[in-house]
Design a protein around this ligand. Sequence first.
Ligand code: MN
Length: 387
Amino acid sequence: MSIDAFRKDADKVISRLNESKEHFAVVVTHDDADGLSSGAIIKEALERSKFEVKIIFLEKIFPEVVKDLHSNYNLIFYTDIGSAHANLISSLNSKNSLTIILDHHNASGGESNNVYDLNLEKYGYKGETDFSGATITYLFAKQLNSRNEDLIYLALVGSKEIPDGFLGINKGLVEEAERKGYIKKKGNDYLITKFNTTLGEMFSSLQILGSVGYYSQGPEIGIKAAISGIDTSIEEKIKSLEFKRKNANKKLIEALLKGSLKKLNRIQWFDASNFFKGMGTKVLGTFCSYLSYQTHIVDQDKYIVGIVDMPSEIPNWGKLEKEYCKISARAPKKLQELIRSKKSISVVDLLVNSTGPHGFADGHDFAASAIITKGSETEVIKRMDSL
Ligand SMILES: [Mn+2]
């Protein structure tokens, strides 16, 4: 494990950046709290270095978005997203744009054509436990200019998505941030000294702004909150988004109890399009997780599958050519045991094998999601049940 090897490689990439004489950067970042923390770090760091920055928030890597960006811009950053698709990004890098990936999702390798993936997994660290997207983005920003050290609290906000706490590189960052006065201990959490907001509070705020507020400027507001703190107008926005989601969840639960949950042989599924209108599709995954614990509603041995129509608009970018649906799937407790003992296939395999030519899927053993083209829902559901 060597952070020095990472620093050396980061310096090489930074030399390329300086040689390029480019002053306009596009940042593509994930739309969750870690992605917003990462986006805030790189945007602030680049602006301090006199770059103009355009930022685009994505839940998934849509090839048509990547293709478009790489035929129009010379300098592109990916933060908290992109490592799993370094190969695809390289193949679509038609202008040979300088492309820098700062991510902690499983690195796929295969990058070329001026694409650099600095994922710390390549240096022996684990993206599931040792660092987040915001951690690596912070380390890069600090390498770019040591005055970016004051953004250290954002590395820790993003790292709140790691369930095991601050381990690996993050452990060192917490100690450093506390020693230098950027954070201080408060109960089980830490206060961001300059905002009087805890890391956990900032994390939850960004999570809501990014997911529920995706189509209503939530991510931009999140970036502002991450850099300048949560003022009263942002607080109001968060409250109204929370209220909106709570209401939608309640109505959807009622509908499911009234028969909208269709139980097949191996899966139980529902269409939530009428309930989550105007909200980012990530809310579906959160709802499915919640639903998997509602033993009075769902069967414990069947996969839970939720579907929503996706608006074709990608904020700050434009309209997607095709129409898509988002699918989220979860395994309730009993099914998790069957998956563990290999008597049932994992949730990610269920989605990968059923979406086939209609889209793309990723995820884990008990939780996964997919994007499919609209119109293929019936076939995909059928294939799932037969798997
Ligand atoms: Mn992340």
